[in-house]
Design a binder for this molecule. Sequence first.
Ligand SMILES: [Zn+2]
Length: 315
Amino acid sequence: MIGQRGAVFVDLHMVAMSQKLALFIVSAFFVGIVSSGKGGQGRERRSLVHYAQGDAIQDGRPMGSLMKMGNSEHEEKLAELIKKPKHYEEIVAKEKAKPIVTDFVESVAPSTRGATTDLSKKWDYKMTIVIAPEFSDEAREMLLSAIYTLSEALKCFQFYVTRKGVTLPSRKDHLVISRDRDGCLSMLGKQSGQQFVFLGERCNLYGTAIHEIIHALGFYHEHTRPDRDNYVTVDWSQIKTANGKLQFKISDQNYPKEYDFDSLMHYPFSPILQPLPGKVPPGARPGQRDHLSKNDIMQLQALYPCSNSPFYRKK
Ligand SMILES: [Zn+2]
């Protein structure tokens, strides 16, 4: 339901998220300089500490010796190219039957603006993803389906997923999908070394996972395009936090396509975000999280073009 209560919840949530984000940044710094200290950690925390310390675990057994080698032969043993999950069609069909999202429970890290115009924030046509062990087998397959959908859109970009239970050293560029934080959170664009997508209990493990990974690939929200004021209005008086404001701040991305209400990167309408009259085309479902729109795919392919694309430029 979209209503005043929903907006209040969103604001409260964003306060919580900004605090958690600060905590995450501090803890990321902390684990970057501390090389020991597993003692006294709870089970959930330990998984995060393992990633941060650069340990690799396979079914609970350390794989440190493998990780030190770091050559392609050994990397292949740790991660494999994403394949179509067994229940992919069923999962996609089930997600399509769900209602569109009615509020936003997410946050994008504020310190990383400029991804789409900053080539250093682009991935080198390859992303290795660790799905944290706290996800059940069923949840893991939904996440694999999300990654597979992206791989289908980005034909010249390779997604690798580590085998179940295998983590990678923090110095290696890779994405960890984790449940260690509430809310849905991503960094914008490629960071250096390990980076996280957090998908808390309320996050959709298919559509929101795609949404957050697209942020990690370097994309802003559709409703922050420079031309968005021709399509939607933002009621700034209802956004109470700096982080909340950031989610609506106009970005510098400007890809050659029309404003897309059906984008998987568009927020649902709310008291904060409303369409201008007559602007939503028939069939568009703002806030949908069940498919990449045609324009989403075009935009992904524009940032990561194949060499035969008009967008392709050699660095
Ligand atoms: Zn987002």
